[in-house]
Each structure stands twice: as C-alpha cells, then as structure tokens.
Design a protein around this ligand. Structure first.
Ligand code: NAD
Length: 492
C-alpha cells in the first residue's frame, strides 16, 4: 500500500520523494510505504488551506454541515473496512477498532448538526434602542496534529469541529498510523469536500510539526500527544502567540473502596488498564485500593488477567493486541527494573510476551504491580502499555489525595456502594473526568473531554467546549437610537 499527501484536492508524493514505512504491530510486517514530508510540503499544504479558506468560511454553516452528514454516512458504510485497518495498522482488537470508528461517526454527526446551532448569545443592552449579541466566527487555517492510539476518533474530534466552524485544516497524523489517516481523508474527498479545505501531510513530528507551528498562516494548533511534545509545541508557538489546544498524557486511577462491588471493579479495571493494550490517554495505570479489600482485589485481578489471551486483534479469540512498536515495547519493559528498584512486586506479567500468537509482533504481557507507594516511578510516570500499579490506602480521604497527586489530571474512577463516598469524590477529585462505578475510559463525544495539570492547557475537546478552540467570539452592538449613547457614562 502507498500513502501520499493530500494537498489541494490531489494525492501527491512528498516533494523530495522520500518515504518511510508503516508496520502492522501484530506481525511486524510492512503495511504501507508513506510520503515523508518536509517543510516544502508543509508550505504547499498551508498555502492550499489558506486559499480555500475564504470560500469555505462563506459557505453557510448548515451547508458545511450537509457535507459532514455525508461524511458520517460514508463512515457508517465503511465502518467494517476502516475498523479492520485500525486493527491492522494500530493493533487494537477489532471490537475496539470498531469503537474507534464509531466514535468518529458520532463526532461527525454531532458536529454536522452544529451547523444549524453554533449558538451565540443575545442579551439586553443597558442602553435603550440598542441591541447586543455575540456570535462565533472562524479563525483560519488549523493544524491538527494527532497520535496513533485513536487514529480515526481523535482526528475526527479536531477536523470535524474545525470544519463546521468554517476553518480549513492541515492534518498531520502520527507516523505509526498514516494509512488510516489517508483512508479517513479519502472519505472527506468522496463526500465532496472542496479542494484545499482539508489537507493531509505525513512525516516526522519534528520537522513537519515544527514547520506547522512556525508558519504564520497557521492560526490554531490542535495537538494531542505526549506532554513532552505538547510543551515543545507551546514554547515554539509562544513568540507568535499561537492558539494552541493540548490534550496530553494521563496517569489515571481507579479507586476501589471497601464497600465496592469487587467483581464489578475487576471488570472495570481490566477493561480500563488492558483495553487497547493500555495505550489510551485515559488508561487505568493505577489502582488505589482500600486496605480492607486489597488482598481480595489483587487475587481476583491476577486470576482475571491470567485469562487474557494475546494475539492478532483480527482474531475473535484475542482479548489484548500488540503494543504499537518495538521502541514502545522496550520502554514499557524498562519500567519493570525501575519498579523492582522501588521495592515493588510484579504480581503477574512483567515480560514481553512471546507465546502463542505472538509471531513477529510487539506484545507485552498484561502486568499488575503490587506494593507500590504513591510516589514510586510506576505510580507517577505514564507507561502507556498494559501495566497497572496497585497502591494501598486506609481511607477515602487518602485515596482522593493519592489520586490527585500526579503531574497529570485526565480521568479517575471510584467504585463504591456508598453515595456519600461518591459525592465526596465528585467534589474533591481534581481530574477533568470522573466515573462512578465504571472504569476510567468510555468518554462520549458530546461531553467535554480533557484534563487538568500536565494533561493539557485548559482547553477541552468534545461537547460544546471544543467549538471555543476553533472559533473566535465576536461581540456585536447595534445602536438604533439615532443619537450618541455612551455606555457607563452618567448622563446629567
Ligand atoms: P507524540 O507526542 O510522540 O506524538 C503525537 C503527534 O505529535 C504525532 O503526530 C507526532 O508526529 C507529533 N509530534 C511529535 N513531536 C512534535 C513536535 N515537536 N512538534 C509538533 N508535533 C510533534 O505522542 P504519541 O506517542 O503519538 O501518543 C501517545 C501520547 O499521546 C501519550 O502521552 C498519550 O497519553 C497522549 N494522548 C493524549 C490524549 C488526550 O486526549 N489527552 C489522547 C490520546 C493520546
């Protein structure tokens, strides 16, 4: 398979003709040969997006919405084909690949309908014969820079929201999932999106990312990825006061209280910690458990984890797929030595998986680490693999304190049968998302998504909140009194 850039409505090779490879992480085989773009390609893509902007902005929002509806319908038709490609290029099991595509369908329909809403406000003026309102306007060219772990859903969050607000887009996907990016963009093309409104450039985050951030004509950077890269983007864009929306890492926890339904908690933890092989920004990489039920929960978890079957995500028998690449596999494994150094105990897993079904792929055994203290490395750093760390506490107050005590603030969960505990957690947990009696994953597109501290910079994707990233508020005053009226000035 060949993946090219999509610039001004045409599929083109990178100007310098260079390419790189995208692999199937379940087999290690080459899946696609991909355009390796450089600054020149970024210039072309931004120029195309800039040229297409005035006409797209002038198209009435409900008409923009009609194109998004068509995209939603094509996504429904292609769901199975795209989902299989998600599994083949990114590795998550097919059921989750379908979930990835479904999220994009949900988001596309949601934003399509926004074409007939995009509410502003009308409020009374303090002066007679004067009308006051606020409306949203577009901003210009948006750069959408995305990670590989939700290769269809995350681009949809950014691109559909940017487009419905009247912006044009340059999309830079992660280098591990470029074939999916191209398949997604093809659907926009087929739905009749005008040339230049959405452009795709593939290539390394350093050069291509920097060129996008530096470009004077790129007005908004919507970035999802690691905290390290998010900070680099922010620093680089600061001199030009770029509008930058960041969705970064997480170190999410499930709190299990002594009154919790433990079997329900086990299901929630396994799904949240090992779904997508733990490669979700909202993955449960900590379990904060009340002392009274620690041993019981640990035993149940180990028994359940040991039943998980690893393998190619296309097989119906597979529960957990591979991790994204060999570098990530090594990185995950490096945490085991660090855990042992901190005196932690590997309760199960802790090794690359080379058993049945592993083939040439990049598999890591689902891992539960016990005897973890709140400030140990595995309790603080984002591992981004099928690894979760169990921390014992003695009370709800302590659980919440430990939950809030990391550099990240994305998602939390509490399992409790006590309504007072639940409400206390809702009040005092300081992450952007909290689930009660459900795991840390499962966001729905029509609610705000994002986190506090090192997880971002205050923006939220999803919900109505995402529109703020991609629009400029314009406040309008219309004076129909026919005379000078002065706000805030006393009339004598
Ligand atoms: P990454 O930061 O390595 O890459 C993300 C994207 O940024 C890629 O397209 C990459 O090419 C590009 N990039 C890298 N360096 C850049 C730079 N200096 N300037 C501009 N662009 C650059 O992240 P990843 O490994 O692809 O994804 C995993 C990370 O993403 C994890 O930390 C995870 O928590 C995070 N994530 C967060 C959310 C969220 O919504 N909070 C969702 C998914 C993933």
């Amino acid at each position: 398979m060949q993946v090219q850039n999509y610039i001004n409505g045409r599929w083109v090779a990178a100007r310098k003709g260079h390419t790189f490879e995208s692999l199937n992480p379940a087999t290690g085989e080459v899946l696609a040969e991909v355009a390796k773009s450089t600054t020149d390609d970024v210039q072309d893509a931004v120029a195309a997006a800039k040229a297409a902007y005035p006409k797209w902005r002038a198209l009435p929002a409900p008409k923009r919405g009609e194109i998004l509806f068509r995209i939603g319908e094509l996504l429904v038709q292609r769901k199975e084909e795209l989902s299989r490609l998600v599994t083949t290029e990114m590795g998550k099991v097919l059921a989750e690949g379908r979930g990835d595509v479904q999220e994009a369908i949900d988001m596309t329909y949601y934003m399509a309908a926004e074409g007939r809403r995009s509410f502003g406000q009308t409020v009374p003026s303090e002066l007679p014969n004067k009308f006051a309102m606020s409306i949203r306007d577009s901003v210009g060219v948006v750069a959408a820079i995305t990670p590989w772990n939700f290769p269809v859903a995350i681009p949809s969050w950014k691109i559909t929201a940017a487009l419905i607000m009247g912006n044009t887009v340059v999309f830079k996907p992660a280098s591990d999932t470029p074939a999916l990016a191209a398949a997604f963009v093809r659907i926009f093309e087929e739905a009749g999106l005008p040339a230049g409104v959405l452009n795709l450039i593939t290539g390394p985050g350093g050069e291509v990312g920097n060129a996008l951030v530096d470009h004077d004509d790129v007005k908004v950077i919507s970035f999802t990825g690691s905290t390290e890269a998010g900070v680099a983007v922010t620093k680089r864009g600061a001199d030009k006061l770029k509008r930058i929306s960041l969705e970064l890492g997480g170190k999410n926890a499930v709190i299990v209280m002594d009154d919790a339904d433990l079997d329900l908690a086990v299901e929630g933890i396994v799904w949240s910690a090992f779904g997508t092989s733990g490669q979700r920004c909202t993955a449960a990489s900590r379990v904060i458990v009340h002392r009274a039920v620690r041993q019981q929960l640990a035993d149940k978890l180990v028994a359940r984890i040991n039943k998980l079957r690893l393998g190619d995500g296309l097989l119906a028998t597979t529960d957990v797929g591979p991790v994204i690449n060999s570098k990530q596999l090594d990185r995950i494994h490096s945490y085991m030595a660090r855990a042992k150094k901190d005196g932690n105990e590997i309760l199960t897993g802790g090794e690359p998986y080379k058993g049945q079904g592993a083939g040439g792929g990049f598999f890591y055994s689902p891992t539960l680490i016990g005897s973890v203290k709140r400030n140990d490395v595995v309790a603080q750093e984002e591992i981004f693999g099928p690894v979760t760390a169990m921390i014992e506490v003695g009370s709800l107050d302590e659980a919440i304190e430990v939950n809030n005590d990391t550099a990240f603030g994305l998602s939390s969960s509490i399992y409790t049968a006590n309504v007072n505990n639940a409400f206390k957690a809702m009040r005092d947990v300081t992450t952007g998302i909290l689930y009660v009696n459900a795991g840390t994953i499962g966001a729905e597109v029509h609610l705000p998504f994002g986190g506090t501290r090192g997880t971002g910079n205050g923006h939220r994707e999803g919900g109505q909140t995402v529109l703020d990233t991609f629009s400029e508020w314009k406040t309008l005053y219309i004076d129909y009194s026919g005379k000078l009226q002065r706000a805030q000035i006393d009339e004598i």
